[in-house]
Ligand binder design. Structure first.
Ligand code: UGA
Length: 438
């Protein structure tokens, strides 16, 4: 008897593809994952992951072959008898802010001749609005016999909590023209929405734009708070108090209201830049302002650090705590810490960083300049200032007596507002945070 288990193929074993594949396999579906990087597939088959994401390695190992998850290095074999093909290929930012579609287009061209006749092509990659139509047209031209459909199913995973986000989504979005295709994709998510999260069936273009809209909304809240942080400093208020008051209003809610070093990562900055380009003559002045405030926040952080130092930057040694763009990830793309390090190095400072998960500087793109310490206190050795750039748990309650002892000049820039200003000053530190007078 033929099995009734859904047969899914994942194209692209990056962060989105792996989380999607592992979570679907865990729900009992048969999942085959393909990637152009054969070494990556071999490592995955042995349970070794290319990224750090809490809970993901366990989920992958638990579902390896006998439970239905496999990594296949031949596209034809990966696609054979698939009912759902999930496109999880990277769509990074090109040089002028546009979306670089090369990996995606290459993937679609290679999939086209091998796609099973009735398979649905489900797009998880973030794509400029209307690209779903273009891909469908391309597939129909290449495969007149293909009876499937292109469905947009954007991801709303947050790095660091991606597995939980997938397994307990706030909503699932299915953008499709046909009701049968929408129902089929929606049914895959039933095990994950038992607590009542909605599965929203919309048009493909609405799904595509909603993905950008969600990141736009999050970025807007952060930039608004960073702008208000500057104002609070100027007018003698405290942004943290302002945040608690504003966030207690159920119409607003408490999340994504933390002022800090500015938003980073591979999604918020990229998606906003792409949306502006897609808008063309509409221009989206508000999206531009959100990006502009974020840029100024990075500059403000750099100025604050310079003001804390007891000497010119070219003679200074600066310790950085945290390189990743946020805790619980080793991702340094668009990380505020990397921006600061780059600025400091260009000014001739010596920069020594410690991050619990970033153990190589290759991905930070900082060349040979930045040094990595083996521990948080070691990074502070002889430093003239310490900048706390990522709110890893490890940095929340450090032994400040030890930090002061190690430093040549006790000065702390708390870019994530982790510490109590009074307590820091009584410990003998020159101290600056974000959104309150230092
Ligand atoms: C973001 C979205 O949150 C996800 O929903 C989305 O699926 C994902 O992009 C994507 O498009 O793939 P992510 O990039 O993992 O997820 O990061 P966030 O947790 O949203 O944080 C983004 C940046 O904002 C970080 O640098 C963080 O430090 C900063 N942030 C966040 C603040 O400065 N203040 C806050 O209150 C919250």
């Amino acid at each position: 008897m033929e099995s009734s288990t859904a047969r899914i193929t994942i194209i692209g074993c990056g962060y989105v593809g792996l989380v999607t594949g592992a979570c679907f396999a865990d729900a009992g579906y048969r999942v085959r994952c393909y990637d152009v990087d054969a070494a990556r597939l071999r490592n995955l088959a042995a349970g070794r992951l290319p990224i750090f994401e809490p809970g993901l390695a366990e989920l992958v190992s638990r579902n390896l072959p006998q439970k239905g998850l496999s990594f296949v290095d031949e596209m034809g074999r990966a696609l054979e008898d698939a009912q759902f093909v999930f496109l999880c290929l990277p769509t990074p930012q090109g040089e002028n802010g546009e979306t670089d579609l090369r990996a995606l287009q290459d993937g679609v061209a290679r999939i086209a001749p091998l796609l099973p006749k009735e398979a649905l092509l489900v797009i998880k990659s973030t794509l400029p609005v209307g690209q779903g139509d273009a891909i469908e047209a391309q597939l129909r031209a290449a495969r007149p016999d293909w009876e499937g459909e292109v469905v947009s199913n954007p991801e709303f995973l947050t790095e660091g909590t991606a597995v939980a986000d997938f397994q307990k989504p706030a909503r699932v979005v299915v953008g499709a023209a046909g009701a049968a295709a929408a129902d089929a994709v929606a049914s895959l998510y039933e095990p994950f929405v038992r607590t009542g999260s909605p599965i929203l069936r919309v048009s493909r273009r609405s799904a595509e734009i909603a993905k950008y809209a969600a990141n736009y909304a999050l970025a807007t809240r952060i930039s608004m708070m960073n702008e208000l942080a500057a104002l609070s400093e100027k007018l003698g208020a405290n942004i943290d108090d302002v945040r608690r008051i504003v966030g207690a209003d159920s119409r607003i809610g408490p999340r994504y209201l933390f002022a800090g070093a500015g938003f980073g990562g591979s999604c918020l900055p990229k998606d906003l830049a792409s949306l502006r380009l897609q808008a063309g003559s509409l221009k989206l002045p508000m999206a531009s302002a959100v990006l502009e405030v974020n840029e100024s926040q990075r500059e403000r952080i750099a100025r604050k650090l310079r003001a804390l130092l007891d000497r010119p930057l070219k003679d200074a040694r600066v310790a950085l705590w945290g390189l990743s763009f946020k805790p619980e990830t080793d991702d340094v793309r668009e990380a505020p810490a990397v921006y600061l390090a780059d600025y400091l190095l260009k000014q001739g400072a010596r920069v020594v960083a410690f991050d619990p998960k970033v153990d190589s500087l290759d991905r930070a793109g900082l060349g040979g300049g930045l040094e990595l310490a083996t521990g948080a206190y070691a990074a502070c050795e002889g430093a003239h200032a310490l900048a706390v750039m990522t709110e890893w748990n490890l940095f929340r309650k450090p032994d400040f007596a030890r930090v002061r002892e190690a430093m040549s000049n006790p000065a702390v820039l708390d870019a994530r507002n982790l510490y109590d200003p009074e307590a820091m000053r009584s410990l003998g530190f020159a101290y600056e945070c974000v959104g309150a007078r230092g």
